[in-house]
Design a protein around this ligand. Structure first.
Ligand code: PMP
Ligand code: GLN
Length: 380
């Protein structure tokens, strides 16, 4: 049987490739972004209890109402914005799904979507599977800031949306208030939607405030804001998240969602609804993860990598010009096989494979894991 591929240019995602190679070579996996330390006992306890208390059937299509209410309360507390849990919040099976559904909700064939590269690897395929065209703009190396003149120049009558992601995967860069002002200026009076990928909202360091689009009513009216419980509560395998969007946008979003997934894992939603009330659990995250960033960055001084800044996310990038001039993909493979440490080559996040000779390291790991990895990297 022959399939005319909807994604002819897509292979297997770099995360699966590097994790498989890591397992094959018994390497320390600093590639794919996931914690190797246990998640909260309290939260697993709440979900176990929900299962035992028989919360095991379908939840409502938009999500378990007490969870949506807890999200609205949290949004008001963090960003001073009131959202309607009934009409503006939808629980989704992960952040990736929320982004895919938002793009599927708005895109028509021929539409253009501006994406910043390096870009999380699902964005461009999500655009293309909807018959639309990605318009990639490179973040400015080496600090990966947004060139707003380039954004303005890239806008055409076909521009349907802009995808932003802060804190940013893979670089750990974050947008600031000036970026928000530029985004407001560029989108004002247009029909351009914003997909704001904020899965790392709580993984932001050095006391930098997270510039959520939820803070700005003029941005929020055109935004689908996407989150992931997997990132917030160190349980990436749960694949649970949510999308906040104004009622009119949410109504269309739910048309896509209801015939794709319909509703998400009920006991997790019941447990999370209670756990979200524990503000400390998310307010303590920035400091917890910043300590890991600092520890890893300090350890990496034992190696010949030149580490970049990381202000958020699970990730920090490192240049390797003092080690080799080979392509980043080749070095990532060789490091996995010969040094026993898996990383992600940053060229994988560019549609044309732009290679600045940079690797991405995930520091969301136990101290021992980071120490073991750096010991191996220092010997390489
Ligand atoms: N966006 C970015 C930038 C991410 O790094 C991730 C994490 N994998 C996601 C979205 C998706 O999160 P989830 O695992 O909840 O789908
Ligand atoms: N977000 C994670 C990363 O960037 C992994 C997600 C995935 O494997 N799809 O590494």
């Amino acid at each position: 049987m022959h399939i005319q591929s909807k994604l002819p240019n897509v292979g297997t995602t770099i995360f699966s490739v590097m994790s498989a190679l890591s397992t094959e070579h018994n390497a320390v996996n600093l590639g794919q972004g996931f914690p190797d330390f246990p998640m909260s006992d309290e939260l697993t306890g709440l979900v176990n209890e929900a299962m035992r208390n028989n919360f095991n059937q379908y939840s409502p299509m938009p999500g378990w109402m007490p969870l949506r209410e807890a999200i609205a309360e949290k949004v008001e507390f963090l960003y001073s914005t009131k959202i309607n849990p009934d009409t503006e919040t939808t629980i989704t099976p992960g952040g990736t799904y929320a982004i895919y559904s938002a793009l599927t909700t708005i895109l028509q064939p021929g539409d253009e979507v501006i994406v910043f590269e390096p870009a999380y690897d699902s964005y461009i395929p999500n655009i293309e599977i909807n018959g639309a065209k990605a318009v990639p703009i490179s973040l400015v190396y080496p600090d990966y800031h947004i060139d707003w003149v380039a954004v303005q120049n890239a806008i055409t009558p076909k521009t349907k949306a802009i995808i932003i992601n802060s804190p940013h995967n893979p670089t750990g860069s974050v947008i600031n208030e000036e970026d928000i002002q530029q985004l407001r200026k560029i989108t004002a009076g247009t029909n351009i939607f914003i997909i704001s990928d904020e899965v790392y909202e709580h993984l932001i360091f050095d006391d930098i405030p997270h510039q959520s689009t939820l803070r700005y009513p003029d941005l929020l009216q055109r935004s689908f804001v996407c989150f992931s419980f997997g990132k917030t509560y160190n349980c990436t395998g749960w694949k649970l998240g949510y999308c906040i969007a104004p009622a009119g946008l949410t109504k269309e979003f739910r048309k896509v969602h209801q015939f794709n997934c319909f509703s998400c894992h009920t006991p997790s939603q019941v447990g999370l609804a209670l756990f979200l009330k524990n503000r400390d659990a998310y307010l303590s995250l920035p400091a917890f993860m910043q300590e890991k960033r600092d520890y890893f960055k300090q350890l990496m001084q034992q190696t010949r990598f030149t580490m970049h800044d990381s202000f958020g996310s699970y990730f920090i990038c490192g240049s390797y010009e003092r080690i080799s001039d080979e392509a980043d993909k080749d070095l990532a493979i060789r490091l996995t096989k010969e040094a026993g440490v898996a990383t992600i080559p940053v060229s994988a996040f560019y549609h044309h494979g732009k290679d600045d000779k940079v690797l991405r390291f995930c520091f969301s790991k136990k101290k021992e894991t980071l120490e073991m990895a750096v010991e191996k990297l220092a010997r390489f």
